[in-house]
Design a protein. Structure first.
Length: 164
């Protein structure tokens, strides 16, 4: 393949893109399209990358979901929204989230975030709770789940500090 071969150019560009950061098939397709490659060259490029193992949506989906759940401590709603934007189906996302949540329970993450906020902010008034609630909703936790765990945390906190 020569430098004038459009497939070679597309592959070179794809390798450059993937070297910086792993991408989903949809993201890579969009990047190549933005750079002006025709659809048939993009399809051939993606096929070649999949065959060689450089492009693997299952691997990418699991790694992305795990990173969002464990490292960024996002709730399932936010994770699903982010991954849907990357071109994955709800079913695939929910399957992967079930695997990830076996390793990292969403409720435990929520309790840790609540406890961290309680340690940072000794003033535990309604305004503080409201701000925390809004931040947790923004992180993708369901409101009902937040209320449940916030209530459990407060009961636990009161029980722990009753004798002091």
């Amino acid at each position: 393949m020569s430098d004038t071969d459009p497939l070679a150019k597309a592959l070179k560009m794809a390798y450059t893109i993937l070297a910086r950061q792993d991408r989903s098939e949809r993201e890579l397709r969009d990047k190549l399209k933005q750079r002006g490659f025709p659809p048939d060259i993009i399809t051939a490029t993606l096929t070649s990358l999949k065959a060689s193992g450089y492009l693997n949506d299952e691997r990418y989906l699991l790694a992305a979901a795990r990173s969002l759940a464990v490292n960024r401590r996002q709730g399932n709603i936010r994770i699903e929204m982010i991954l849907r934007g990357k071109g994955f189906t709800k079913e695939d996302i929910r399957t992967v989230l079930a695997r990830v949540r076996q390793e990292t329970d969403e409720g435990e993450v929520l309790l840790q975030l609540i406890a961290r906020e309680r340690e940072k902010n000794p003033l535990w008034d309604i305004k503080t709770k409201r701000r925390l609630f809004n931040r947790l909703v923004h992180r993708g936790f369901a409101p009902a789940q937040i209320f449940k765990y916030l209530g459990e945390y407060e009961e636990e906190f009161i029980d722990d500090h009753d004798g002091q």
